[in-house]
Ligand binder design. Structure first.
Ligand code: PGA
Length: 249
């Protein structure tokens, strides 16, 4: 069975001390959470402090981006090995904000996924359509292209270790959530694409929903058969709110 993963994407919020204070408040609230994996993704500069505050707990830590090379002259960038060294187990790759504001393409995303896997990190590969694309009836086609591109060249065994986050761009930070039925339908189509390429491995891949997930809509989204967790932005910044999503059952 696929264990759901609830990940908090803090985006460009919180310093080290602020992040450490947040997770210190969060840990007692999620101590009894069962059969759910929890991942916190702070900005690079808060990773060390948050990692220290999480030490000894079951909550894992991820970064929000990674470079595709192990090292080199890439000013401003951070490698997968560096993320492992600071205590990360996961990394978000190809978030729509990176695609939109930093020009990330499927090819680049694919290189980052491979770099993460070779360093032993679990990639959280983000895919999703814009409002225009949805209105043009292109949702499943866009997701197919992004999933195929992002996972290109991987072996089925590697694909099992990847988490996909389906995040419709129009639902991110807008308060508009995809209906659980809508999200289920797209996520099922994504699993079908993975099955076509990688066979049985598709059954093991966790596929999250992301986009305005809140305590009020988490349970209904998570009850869908193909939805295996959530990637949470705004609602992951506060301990009580994020805990209420984690304790959705
Ligand atoms: P949101 O962001 O929950 O604030 O909509 C989700 C995300 O971008 O990962």
């Amino acid at each position: 069975m696929r264990i759901p993963v609830i990940a908090g994407n803090w985006k460009m919020h919180k310093t080290g001390p602020e992040g450490a204070a947040m997770v210190t408040a969060l840990l007692p609230l999620v101590r009894d959470a069962r059969e759910v994996e929890i991942v916190i993704c702070p900005p690079f500069t808060a990773l060390e402090a948050v990692g220290r505050a999480l030490a000894g707990s079951a909550v894992r830590m991820g970064a929000q981006d990674v470079h595709w090379q192990a090292e080199g002259a890439y000013t401003g960038e951070v490698s997968a090995g560096m993320l492992v060294a600071v205590g990360c187990s996961h990394v978000i790759i190809g978030h729509s904000e990176r695609r939109q504001y930093f020009g990330e393409t499927d090819e680049l995303v694919n290189r980052k996924v491979k770099a993460a896997l070779s360093a032993g990190l679990v990639p959280i590969l983000c895919v999703g359509e814009t409002l225009e694309q949805r209105e043009a009836g292109q949702t499943e086609e866009i997701c197919r292209t992004q999933v195929e591109g992002g996972l290109k060249g991987l072996a089925p065994e590697q694909v099992k270790g990847v988490i996909i986050a389906y995040e419709p761009v129009w639902a991110i930070g807008t308060g508009r959530t995809a209906s659980p039925q809508d999200a289920q339908q797209v996520i099922r189509s994504i699993r079908q694409v993975i099955r076509e390429i990688f066979g049985e491995a598709a059954e093991a891949v966790r596929i999250q929903y992301g986009g305005s997930v809140k305590p009020e809509n988490a349970a209904e989204l998570m009850a869908q058969p193909d939805i295996d967790g959530a990637l949470v932005g705004g609602a992951s910044l506060q301990a009580e709110t994020f805990a209420a999503i984690i304790n959705y059952r």
